[in-house]
Every structure is written in structure tokens, then in C-alpha cells.
Write a protein that binds this ligand. Sequence first.
Ligand code: HMG
Length: 444
Amino acid sequence: MKSVGIDGISIWSGKLSLDLANVFAPAVGENPDKYTKGLGLYTCSFPDVREDIVTMGANAAYKLMIAEGLDPSEIGRIDVATESSFDSSKPISTYISGCLEQVFGEEFRNVNKGERKFACIAGTQCIDDAHNWILSGRNEGKSALVIATDTALYERGNPGEATQGAGAVAMLISEDPSIMELSLKQGYSSVDETDFLKPNQQFPSVDGKRSVQVYLSLMRNALMNFEERSGKMNIEEFQFVPFHVPFPGMVRKAASLGYRYMTRGTPIENELEKLIGPKPEREKFSEDEKYTESIREYMKLLEGTEVYKKWYKHVIEPTVQISSKAGNWYTGSVHLARASSLLHAESEGLDLVDKKILVGSYGSGAQAEIHVETIKEGWEEKIKKMDIYSQLDSRRSLSFEEYEQIHDVHNYSKEIDLDELTNYKNEFICTGYGKMGENTYEFV
Ligand code: HMG
């Protein structure tokens, strides 16, 4: 069996940032702690005037091609995951390859291109497609570029507004990878849901509270499905557990649920029972509400135990570090979580070769997926090439008034003329529209 997986990662953040505690909270009359302590978010990324899903995706892919010394002839497939597309027919991957051709001077003419849609889980599905393509041998030695790119904007005044974000993650999927090897085992949970959707509209219709419950329920069912198909998991086997991060507070909830699930029937469960008593059982409650309340209290007790806090600090906290500064990037978020944990491990000098991570993806509408990846020799050298923290640090901070204008710039139903707020250099920018109504791009 071929070894297939992630052989390169490059990230591009929107070049503007909104400070949630110091700029957003006072302007909307909220307590800053709601964002920093409650949601776990400090700043979020926004696209400047000439940035969009194509420029961010192309810039991430360009950096990846340069960092890995790739030639277009080595790429056989370009798949883009996005839920922010502006065209129902022409895929964003064609725009991105057109951009790359401007700088590489060579064409991606015999490359299979596509676009995947299933809310935030589409990036993971693109990796699956690339994995299958390589395993089948149809790649003929070539690699796939998977690009997850989104401008995750909500309508002004929507509770989701604080969780916005914008950026792209480009990943190289190859044989004999030097970062992560993918496994064949997966667990799924998928239902016809309406927690978050965009029925031919730019901004989502979202039932925020319900979406949190659907995320948790599907993640648990995907874990169960994974165990049914692959056997009992051992929680101690996983160095990191990166989940989809709409905001870090969501991962806090998913982590305790996952921990409880994965430790059942183990000595850790016996230890926990001595400390906080047994987990409440549904049969012992006459009403749903009382059972839910009792579970909530049990989870709070669990999260307060030393054994859980230690696990959370080492296994979960490193996965949300980028997102706490970048916001929700929809299709890119779970891939930011993986990158975040590896950057943390590299800075700590951890020896991770052959160690495993458990990845939990989620997309509204809705589907959760669980799979395992194995860290490969050479990962540190590849991860060192990522400059996401310096990008995040050099973003231009927005005042609230500027944020309002930038939101309008990216709102298709508004027309507003605004000068760009950053300088563009060595990057793709959007220059306007062509005669067929297509977007036009240029490398500056
Ligand atoms: P909200 O209702 O305004 O916030 O928005 P809240 O009142 O629930 O407060 C948020 C948290 O802050 C709560 O924590 C509060 O207690 C806490 P919790 O109890 O839940 O642990 N809090 C405070 N903490 C400390 N000090 C304070 C304070 N005040 C409050 N002073 C909501 C929250 C999630 C509804 C909103 O952000 C939203 O609608 N977000 C968009 C939807 C979303 O992100 N859903 C997540 C799951 S669905 C998903 O992940 C898919 C998605 O990525 C899309 C896709 O797949 O394409 C969204």
C-alpha cells in the first residue's frame, strides 16, 4: 500500500484584523470577556479591498509552490474547497491556476481541476479525493494541490459576526509525504440539517445555538462510527486532536465530550468516577431537561479535574492557537488546527515522528468526519517554512468605522469605493471585472 499524505502546507491570512475585545466589543456594547473568555477569540482576519477567495487561495498556493520548489508539471490535480464562491459554474480552481500561470509562465493545462462544496468539511473531502486519486495510481507520480479558501462573513448584527475570518490554506498531497500520512479508516455522521446554510445568498442563515448542538452530536456519532469500523481508540495514542474551529470555545465543548467518550471503559474512567462520581445515565431521569442539566454539571466537574486539564493543555490547546487570532476560515479551519499543533510542537522541540493525531472535521448541513494521521520524518523542516504568526502580527488593525466599511466592500449588495488599507507586494490582487463579468487578477 502506498504511503499518501500531506507533504507541504502554506497559509495566507487576510491582511486586516479586527480586535474583538478592544474595538468590536465596546462598539457593539458587549463585555470583551464574552469574546476572549467565552468564545476564545482575540482578533479575526479580514480581506483588504483587493483580496478575495481567489487572491488568498492563489497567494497560499504560490507560497507553497515556491517553498517546496515545485514546477507546474509536478501537479496533476487542483481542488478548491470553498463556501464563498461567487460563480455557480466556473470553479475557483481555474481562477487560481490562471493566477499561478502569470508567475510560473507555464500552464496547468493537463491538470484536473474542481471545486468541492460541503460547508466547512469540504477541505477534508478534497484531501480524500486527492488521496484516492493517488492510491488508484491515476496520478502517475504527480501531486495534488488542495486549497481551502473562504471569506467567512456574517450579516452585520448577526451573533456569528464575532466569529468571522478570512484566509486560505494550501496543501500538497503526495506519495511518501514528509508531514502527515493519511490512513484509510474513517468515521462519518451525516444528516439533512439546517443549522447553517446559504440558499443562493452571500451571508449565511444560521441558527447559532442549534449549530453548536448539531456539531457536538454529529462529532460524537462520527467517533462512534469510527470505533465501529476501526476498533476501540486509545486516547493516549493521540499527540493532538485538531477539531474544526468555528471558535475555540466550540472546541472546548467538543474536547470534553470526546475525552469522556474515548476514556469510557478505561482506567481513566475509574479514576474520574472516584473524583467526580459516575456519568449521569439517561434512564435515571424522567425529563430531558433535568438529564441535560445534570450532564452539563458533570462536564463542568470533568473539565475541572487535573487529569483532564493536563490532557487539554497538551492535546487540545495547541490546536486553537492560530484560530484564536484568525477567526473562522470555514473550509480552512480544521487545517489551521493541524498546522497550529505542529507549529507548537516544532517550537517546543517535540519528537513526533510516527506519533498520531486524531482529526475531527465538521461542516454544517451537516456532516462530521473522524480520521487518524501519522506524523512523518522531516515534518519539522516543512513546518518551519510556515510564517503564519508573522503574517498575523503584521496585519493592519481596523478601527470600528473601517471595519464597517470593509464589511460593505465585501458585501455584494453594496457599492462602496474605498482605498486599500495595506500595500500589495509579491502577491495576487483582484483588479476588477472583464467583459464577461469574470473577476480579473494580477500579480503585483
Ligand atoms: P451568542 O449567542 O451571542 O453568545 O453567540 P453566547 O451568549 O452564547 O456567549 C458565548 C459564550 O461566551 C458562552 O459560553 C457564554 O457563557 C460566554 P458557553 O456557555 O457556551 O460555554 N460568555 C462569557 N464568558 C465570560 N465572560 C462573559 C461572557 N459573556 C458570555 N462576560 C454563537 C454564540 C455560537 C451562537 C454565535 O457566535 C454564532 O451564531 N456563531 C456562528 C455559528 C457557529 O459558529 N456555530 C458553531 C458550530 S457550527 C460550525 O462549526 C459550522 C460553521 O463553521 C459553518 C460551516 O460549516 O460552514 C459555522
